[in-house]
Design a protein around this ligand. Structure first.
Ligand SMILES: *Cc1c(COP(=O)(O)O)cnc(C)c1O
Length: 396
């Protein structure tokens, strides 16, 4: 049989050691007893659900959050029996039947889904494990105040069929101080709605609101459980969150001589190979159009990774990769299937040499973040757009 892995133009490797280190770091930030739910939406932020879930479980994680029923289905195919799965977003009402059968927990943020949960639970003679998402100011999904009386009434009347597992919400930008007032308002709104549930004898098993940025910058949002994604993969939600965390640990104070170092470790490394090398005379344009003109004689290498393979076109003339231990620049526009890099400074570079697109050897590193400070959301976007069909490996 042909090993089709070598047909692919690049390969992704996930590091166990990095996962272990990031989980340890996150646990250190959590108050005692707080449950850590690992978020694996977006194909585990591009790392691969099937590879990442068992790696998380091996480090003691037993709660996994996803966006859709499809992702939950994929998690269920590889997880341990005792691991809880929570769908935070999309499912057809019909998929509630499957979720109840599998004991998969799910968010409920509108009356139709609440009614469907009761209906299927009755049919199956089984309890639906639901988390009520409330509107606190993000204005995405979540029950608005006017529905809450009816929600509470349904929870009480259908106790036999509905288990009130959680009361939850999501913050609209906890990674930036410019959103402080909005987030602070959301915390207050959450607390007041929680009180009104409690005053009617409706107590959720878990109160949960925090993503990575909230758990770090607003510790009071940790409550009973946190839903952490980006930190587990070794990235900060934003530069601001990183600096805030370092400063609150005393870094940068008068007399503090410690070197600022990143306690997180990137899990992913993404590698390809050089497909050809050539020299281009001074003054020639390289690639499509005229976005890059050789300022002198340059040596360029073609790499078989383009925007169709998850390397964003916005990294044209911007991105960096590592060739033979040197960081080199992407020149010209990123094409659908390949990009061109400037290897003038790399001696002895040849076809077949390894190219690191994300990752590094310790000394020289390229991370998604180092592609630039174009946007806070860049890490999330580039990682989660890594195609599913790039082969994924695990290293120690
Ligand atoms: C994505 C997401 C999270 C996790 O966010 P990170 O910033 O990656 O920690 C938590 N909760 C909800 C509802 C989400 O959509």
């Amino acid at each position: 049989m042909i090993n089709t892995d070598s047909f692919n133009t690049s390969i992704i490797t996930n590091s166990r050691k990095a996962v272990r280190q990031n989980i340890k770091f996150v646990r250190k930030q959590l108050a005692e007893g707080v449950i850590l739910s690992a978020v694996v939406k977006g194909n585990a932020y591009g790392h691969g659900i099937e590879q990442i879930v068992p790696m998380f479980e091996a480090e003691g994680i037993n709660h996994i959050s996803v966006f859709s029923a499809y992702e939950a289905y994929r998690v269920c195919a590889v997880k341990k029996a005792e691991t809880t799965v929570l769908i935070m977003g999309w499912m057809e009402d019909e998929q509630i039947e499957w979720a109840i059968q599998q004991d998969v927990h799910f968010y409920v943020f509108e009356m139709g889904r609440l009614a469907a949960a009761v209906r299927y639970a009755k049919q199956l003679k089984k309890v639906a494990k639901i988390h009520i998402e409330i509107e606190t100011g993000m204005n995405r999904t979540g029950f608005e105040t006017k529905y809450l009386d009816e929600v509470i009434q349904t929870l009480q009347e259908q106790k036999q069929y509905l288990s009130f597992e959680g009361l939850c919400t999501h913050y609209a930008g906890a990674e930036s101080i410019t959103n402080y007032l909005r987030v602070d308002d959301q915390i207050k709104t959450y607390k007041s709605i929680l009180k009104s549930f409690q005053s009617k004898g409706c107590e959720p098993k878990l109160k949960h609101t925090a993503c990575s940025a909230a758990a770090i910058s607003y510790p009071e949002t940790q409550m009973d459980m946190v839903r952490i994604g980006i930190l587990l993969y070794g990235y900060w939600p934003s530069r601001e969150t990183f600096i805030y965390h370092q400063r609150s640990n005393g870094f940068g104070k008068e007399g503090d001589k410690r070197k600022i170092s990143d306690p997180l470790k990137r899990v992913i490394s993404w590698k390809s190979k050089i497909m050809s090398v050539k020299e281009v005379p001074m003054g020639e344009f390289i690639g499509y159009g005229t976005s890059y003109q050789a300022p002198k004689k340059v040596k360029v290498a073609a790499i078989p990774v383009g925007y169709a393979y998850g390397f964003a076109r916005s990294l044209s003339n911007q991105g960096r990769v590592i060739v033979n231990g040197k960081r080199v620049a992407v020149i010209g526009t990123v094409n659908m299937n390949l990009m061109i890099v400037n290897v003038t400074e790399c001696k002895q570079v040849k076809k077949g040499d390894e190219v690191t697109i994300i990752g590094g050897n310790g000394k020289v590193v390229v991370s998604v973040a180092s592609f630039g400070e174009m946007s806070n959301q860049l890490n999330y976007e580039l990682l989660s757009r890594l195609p599913m069909d790039i082969p994924r490996r695990i290293s120690d």
